[in-house]
Design a protein around this ligand. Structure first.
Ligand SMILES: Cc1ncc(COP(=O)(O)O)c(C=O)c1O
Length: 371
C-alpha cells in the first residue's frame, strides 16, 4: 500500500467542478491581477479569522517579509523567532535586513519557549519584534507572548503558515499580534493551486502600507508613482478563486484531521511514542501529526518508508545549524530542545481523505518497527 504525506488529487476530486467554474469565471473576466476576486477572498478570509483585514499576497514567506516592512522593522533590528521551524520564518527576517535571534522551543508543544525568548530580551539586545510560529497547526502561548511584547515594546507577527483556522482560547490564529502571516502553499490545510498567502491584521494603517508594498510600492491613485520600495507580491486572481471554493470546505477538512489525530492517539497509546500534546485551551488543526520516538526514530521512519508510507521529519536541521545562518555565530548545543526534536520527531499522514484502513496500516507498521 502506498500512502503519501498529503493527497491533493483526493482532496480536489469532490470539488473539481466548483473549482473549474471558479477558474472559468476568472478566465472569462480577463482580469488576472488583483480585482474583485481578490477583494472577495480577502473579505471572506477576514470574516473567517475574525480580523478586520486580510491582504492577499504571493506566498507565506512574503507575508512575513511584508509584515516586517509594514511594521517598520529596519536594517539591523533584532527579531526573535524559534530555532525549530521552517526556514522561511528566519529567511524572511534576514531578507528584510533585520537580524534573526533564535529562541529554543517548548519540547511539549514544539512552539517557542517563553523562557528562552525572555533570556534574549534580558540580554538587552536591540530586539524590535517577535515571530511566534504556530507549528504543525497549534498556536504558541499567545497570552505570554503578548505580555512579553508589551513589556519590551515589541511588534508581534504570528507565523500562522501552518495554522490557518487554529484556535487559542476561543480566538483564531493570526489575530493576536500586529500582523499574522498565512501560507496557502498547496499542501497546507487551505492550499491554493500554486503559491499564495495572506496577512491578517486589525490595523488600518498596516493594511494600507501592505497593499502598497505588495504592489511595487505604487500609490493607489497613480500606479506609476512609487511611494515606497515595494515588491511584486500580489495574490494571483486565479488562486483567489480557487481558495474561495476551498475555504467553504475547510472546517470539514480540519475536523477530519482532528478525528484522524484522535484515532492515532488512541491506537498508539499502548506504545512509548509521544503523541501530540495539546493544552486544553488550544484547538489544533493538525497540519502535521507529529510523533516523538526517543532513540528509535530513524528505525521507525526507515520501516515506514520501506512499507510505502511517506513519513517525514519537519525539520531535520534546526535553523541555528543551517549553513545559510552560519554568519549569526550559533554553535551546536545552543538550543538543545530544538536539536533533540530534529532527531526524535517525525510526521505521519493525517490528511482528511485518509481511510481507516490506511490509518490502521500505518499504526500496524509503526508497531512492527518498534517491535
Ligand atoms: C512555518 C512556516 N512559515 C513560513 C512558510 C512559508 O510559506 P510559503 O511556502 O507559502 O512561502 C511555511 C511554508 O512552508 C511554513 O511552514
Amino acid at each position: 500500500m502506498k500512502i503519501p504525506i498529503f493527497d491533493i488529487k483526493a482532496q480536489t476530486a469532490p470539488i473539481k467542478k466548483l473549482i473549474n467554474k471558479a477558474i472559468g469565471r476568472v478566465i472569462n473576466s480577463g482580469a488576472f491581477i488583483l480585482g474583485d476576486e481578490v477583494s472577495k477572498i480577502e473579505q471572506k478570509i477576514a470574516a473567517y479569522c475574525r480580523v478586520k483585514y486580510a491582504i492577499g499576497v504571493s506566498n507565506g514567506t512574503d507575508a512575513i517579509l511584508l509584515s516586517l516592512k509594514a511594521l517598520g522593522i529596519e536594517e539591523g533590528d533584532g527579531v526573535i523567532c524559534p530555532a525549530f521551524t521552517y526556514y522561511a520564518t528566519a529567511g524572511a527576517i534576514a531578507r528584510s535586513g533585520a537580524v534573526p535571534f533564535f529562541a529554543d522551543i517548548d519540547p511539549r508543544t514544539y512552539n517557542i519557549s517563553i523562557d528562552s525568548a525572555k533570556n534574549i530580551l534580558k540580554r538587552g539586545k536591540k530586539i524590535k519584534a517577535i515571530i511566534p510560529v504556530h507549528l504543525y497547526g497549534q498556536c504558541a502561548d499567545m497570552d505570554e507572548i503578548i505580555a512579553l511584547a508589551k513589556k519590551y515594546n515589541l511588534k508581534v507577527i504570528e507565523d500562522a503558515a501552518q495554522a490557518f483556522g487554529a484556535i487559542y482560547k476561543g480566538q483564531k490564529s493570526g489575530s493576536f499580534g500586529d500582523a499574522g502571516s498565512v501560507s496557502f502553499f498547496p499542501a497546507k490545510n487551505l492550499g491554493a493551486f500554486g503559491d499564495a498567502g495572506c496577512v491578517l491584521t486589525n490595523k488600518a494603517a498596516v493594511t494600507e502600507k501592505m497593499r502598497i508594498l505588495r504592489n511595487q510600492g505604487a500609490s493607489h491613485k497613480n500606479k506609476y508613482k512609487h511611494i515606497m520600495i515595494g515588491y511584486n507580491a500580489r495574490l494571483d486572481t486565479i488562486q483567489a478563486a480557487v481558495l474561495s471554493v476551498k475555504l467553504d470546505v475547510l472546517n470539514k477538512w480540519n475536523k477530519k484531521r482532528r478525528d484522524n489525530a484522535e484515532y492515532y492517539n488512541r491506537k498508539l497509546e499502548s506504545t512509548n511514542l509521544v503523541t501530540p500534546y495539546v493544552p486544553s485551551y488550544n484547538k489544533h488543526i493538525y497540519h502535521q501529526y507529529v510523533l516523538r520516538a526517543r532513540g528509535k526514530k530513524e528505525k521507525i521512519v526507515k520501516h515506514l518508508l520501506l512499507k510505502g508510507i511517506d513519513a517525514r521529519t519537519y525539520y531535520p536541521i534546526p535553523l541555528h545549524l543551517q549553513p545559510c545562518f552560519k554568519y549569526l555565530g550559533y554553535k551546536k548545543g545552543a538550543f538543545p530542545e530544538s536539536e533533540r526534536c530534529s532527531r526524535e520527531t517525525f510526521a505521519i499522514p493525517v490528511y482528511p481523505e485518509l481511510k481507516k484502513q490506511q490509518m490502521d496500516y500505518i499504526v500496524k507498521t509503526i508497531k512492527e518497527a518498534i517491535a
